[in-house]
Each structure stands twice: as structure tokens, then as C-alpha cells.
Design a protein around this ligand. Structure first.
Ligand code: DGL
Length: 277
């Protein structure tokens, strides 16, 4: 059904947020080819049900497969939390068992023991990611000695998607959620940005954090883990093309995407508007 020719790595997010992960992956692996797909027309995914996030994510993965991607990274915590397992277990065996779809939660959890001294970690994420408990369950499996507290920050993605991440509204909502999570567990010494949009708010987050608390974005850990995965899976590496090319696809206006993406990326980019439903 899909081409078996070597192809680019697909990177998917509900909007612009995955560009923070894409940047780190491209920095770590500049020779590979990439297709970034942002479902900006239907963002945010955070408040949507399991069924809807799964349906939208599956459509995105199908699109990236049809564009020749043999490997797709769900650079979206909400999609990783709500759709990854079903795609891996139910869809891939039917669609093409040799293709791979990987998420961002596991690589983020793998580094957690290294980064906290008190072993009390806070996860900031969308309502969908936090209510799915994907982080707490994965941490419980891997590092049962770590205490995890989750905080849903439902306004943070809309602030980023609407280019309001430096506004007074951002100050209000950032402070509100930081105060709340730290009141739930005052021993937290590490906050993990469990949403790919949140690194855009990192300056504000640092501004309102008491000293002694470290904040972590996941991009570089996802990149490190992907590099390691490809070293351990040469059969997948040989199915990827290496010309250093990137394409950007969005379900919303191409002009709006390229303007907004300039906040994340240094070089001007060409964007194609597509439909995936
Ligand atoms: N950036 C995505 C994440 O990492 C989702 C944001 C959204 O669409 O709500 O969860």
C-alpha cells in the first residue's frame, strides 16, 4: 500500500509545539531528511477525547506514511499519551509492520532519575496528557521511588498558538499553575515541560519559579533517544534518506504557519497547506 523506498523522518504535532522537538532532532541529526506536519487547523488536542485524538493522530500518521516516511515521531505529548499505543499495537501490524511510530513520553521519563535530587518531580502538561496519567504510570514502572505530581495548564497551548506567550495573560496563567503545583508538593525540585509548546514559555516560567527548582524541556532527550534508537536499529536507519532536506506541512494557512514558525526556526521555510481528514 505504501512505498518501501527509503524516506524522510516524519515529525507530527497538533501545531507549532513539535517544532521545539524538531529543532533538537535536526541539531543532533542534521544529515537526515524530515517532514514536519502540524495539524494547526484542529489544535489544541489537549481538551479532546481519546477517540478524537486517536482519529486525528492516525490521519496524520497515514499522511506521513503516504509521503514516504518509514519512521514517524509523535512530537506531541497529548498524541503520545492518547494515540501512540493503539497505533503501535492495532494499526501498524495491519498497515505495515516494518514502519515505526515513536512517542515523546518514554524518552522523557527515561532521563528523570538523572535530573532530580529530591526525587519529587512535577509534570506540566495539557489536560489530556495529565488526565491520561501516562507520565505517572510510566514513571511508576521505571522509577517507583520518584514522587510525581501533574498539573494541567489548559491555557498555555492557546497562548503559544496565538502568539501571546509574552503577554500579561501569559504571566497570569504561568504564575497560577506554578503556584498551584508547588503548593501540592513543596519538595518538587524539577519541573518537566510535558508539552512541546511549553518551551516557548520557558522565560516566563523561570521568572516565576523559586530558586532551586530546575525546569526541563524534553527536546534534547527525545533527540538523544532517537539517535540511540537508530544506532540500535540499523535496519530502520537504512530506510531513511540523508540529504539534510526538510518539508513543512500544515492543515492551516501556509503563510500563517511560516510566519509563526519563524519564532522557532532560524531560516525562512516553505510551507504547504494540506488536508488530512
Ligand atoms: N504540543 C502538544 C503536546 O505536547 C499538544 C498541544 C495541544 O494541542 O493541546 O501535548
Amino acid at each position: 500500500m505504501f512505498s518501501q523506498q527509503p524516506g524522510p523522518i516524519g515529525i507530527f504535532d497538533s501545531g507549532y509545539g513539535g517544532l521545539t522537538v524538531f529543532n533538537k532532532i535536526r541539531e543532533a541529526m542534521p544529515d537526515y531528511d524530515y517532514i514536519y506536519l502540524g495539524d494547526n487547523a484542529r489544535t489544541p488536542y489537549g481538551p479532546r477525547s481519546f477517540e478524537v485524538v486517536y482519529r486525528f493522530t492516525r490521519q496524520a500518521v497515514m499522511k506521513l506514511f503516504s509521503e514516504g516516511c518509514q519512521l514517524v515521531i509523535l512530537a506531541c505529548n497529548t498524541a503520545s499519551a492518547k494515540a501512540l499505543r493503539t497505533i503501535q499495537q492495532c494499526d501498524l501490524p495491519e498497515l505495515d509492520p516494518s514502519r515505526r511510530v515513536l512517542g515523546v513520553i518514554r524518552p522523557t521519563v527515561e532521563m528523570m532519575d538523572r535530573i532530580s535530587l529530591t526525587k519529587h518531580i512535577g509534570i506540566l502538561g495539557t489536560s489530556g496528557t495529565i488526565s491520561s496519567q501516562s507520565y505517572s504510570l510510566e514513571i511508576e514502572k521505571m522509577f517507583p521511588h520518584i514522587t510525581v505530581t501533574g498539573e494541567a495548564c489548559p491555557m498555555w497551548v492557546p497562548l503559544v498558538e496565538n502568539n501571546e506567550f509574552n503577554s500579561p495573560g501569559a504571566d497570569y496563567f504561568v504564575k497560577k499553575h506554578l503556584d498551584h503545583i508547588l503548593s501540592l508538593d513543596p519538595e518538587i525540585d524539577t519541573l518537566v515541560l510535558g508539552c512541546t509548546h511549553y518551551p516557548l514559555l520557558i522565560d516566563k516560567i523561570k521568572q516565576y519559579l523559586p530558586s532551586g527548582i530546575t525546569v526541563f524541556a524534553q527536546g534534547e532527550y527525545v533527540a538523544e533517544s532517537l539517535k540511540d534508537y537508530l544506532n540500535r536499529h540499523p535496519e530502520m536507519d537504512s530506510r531513511l534518506t540523508h540529504q539534510g532536506k526538510c518539508r513543512f506541512l500544515t492543515t492551516e494557512s501556509a503563510g500563517k504557519f511560516s510566519e509563526a514558525a519563524s519564532v522557532f526556526l532560524n531560516d525562512p521555510i516553505e510551507v504547504e497547506q494540506i488536508s488530512i481528514d
